[in-house]
Design a protein around this ligand. Structure first.
Ligand code: C5P
Length: 226
C-alpha cells in the first residue's frame, strides 16, 4: 500500500445513499484529473467477502478478521465505472446489489472494521489530488480536507433514482420497498455511535433534489475553483 501524501489536496464528498455521490464524485475527479476514492466499495467489498466465506453478520470478531484478510483493488476503466476486484475476483456487479449494501451498512457499524479501513482510505491521497466519496470523508478520514461538500436529496427522489437504475438493469423491485430500505439505511448510518453520517461543520451543503447531474457537477467544481 503506498504511503499517503498529506500535501495532496482533498475534496471530501459525503452524503446518504442515493444522493448521487458516486456519479458526481467520479465526474468531478475526471474533470480535475484527480484520483477517486469510493469508500463505500471498501465496506461493500468486506460485506461481499463475508458472504463468500459464510461469515455471520452478527459476529463482529469474524468480520474484523475478514476485513484484514480481504484485498480490495480498483482497476481504471477509462470513461467508465472502475472495476472492483475482491481477492483478485471481479465483483463489481455483486458489489452494487442491495444485499451488499445492507451487509456494508451492518459491517460499517463495527468500530474495529472502520479503523482497519482507515489507512487504506488515506493511502488514496496522492498528487495531484483526491476526490473522496463516502459518509465520513470530511469528518473522520480527511478532517483536514481543503473542501467539503455534503450532498443530499429527498428520500423519495433517492428511491426513484435507484428504482430507475435497477429497473433499467432488469431487476424487479418496487418503489415502496426501495423507499423503506433507503429510510432504514439512513437511520442506521445516522444513528450509529461511530462515525455517524452527518455533515462536517465546514461542509458546503448541496441539495440535489430536482437538479440534473451536470448542474450538480458544476456547483461542486465551483466550490473547488472558488
Ligand atoms: O456509499 P455506499 O452505498 O456504497 O456505502 C455502502 C454502506 O457503507 C453505507 O450504507 C454505509 O453504511 C457504509 N459506508 C460508511 N462509511 C463510508 C462509506 C460507506 O459507513 N465512508
Amino acid at each position: 500500500m503506498p504511503l499517503s501524501d498529506p500535501s495532496a489536496p482533498v475534496l471530501a464528498i459525503d452524503g446518504p445513499s442515493g444522493s448521487g455521490k458516486g456519479t458526481i464524485s467520479r465526474a468531478v475527479a475526471g474533470q480535475l484529473g484527480w484520483h477517486y476514492l469510493d469508500s463505500g466499495a471498501l465496506y461493500r467489498g468486506v460485506g461481499v467477502a463475508a458472504g463468500w466465506n459464510d461469515i455471520d453478520l452478527a459476529d463482529p470478531a469474524a468480520l474484523v478478521r475478514c476485513t484484514f484478510d480481504t484485498r480490495i483493488a480498483f482497476s481504471d476503466t477509462p470513461g467508465g465505472e472502475p472495476r472492483v476486484l475482491i481477492n483478485d475476483v471481479d465483483a463489481t456487479d455483486e458489489l452494487r446489489t442491495e444485499t451488499a449494501g445492507a451487509a456494508a451498512s451492518a459491517i460499517a457499524a463495527i468500530p474495529e472494521v472502520r479503523s482497519a479501513l482507515k489507512e487504506r482510505q488515506r493511502a488514496f491521497r496522492q498528487q495531484p489530488g483526491l476526490v473522496a466519496d463516502g459518509r465520513d470523508m470530511g469528518t473522520v478520514i480527511f478532517p483536514d480536507a481543503r473542501w467539503k461538500v455534503f450532498l443530499t436529496a429527498s428520500a423519495e427522489e433517492r428511491a426513484e433514482r435507484r428504482y430507475k437504475q435497477l429497473i433499467g438493469k432488469g431487476v424487479s423491485v418496487t418503489l415502496d420497498g426501495l423507499l423503506r430500505e433507503i429510510l432504514a439505511r439512513d437511520a442506521r448510518d445516522a444513528n450509529r455511535p461511530v462515525a455517524p453520517l452527518r455533515p462536517a461543520d465546514d461542509a458546503v451543503r448541496i441539495d440535489t433534489t430536482g437538479v440534473g447531474i451536470d448542474e450538480v457537477v458544476a456547483r461542486v467544481l465551483a466550490v473547488v475553483r472558488g
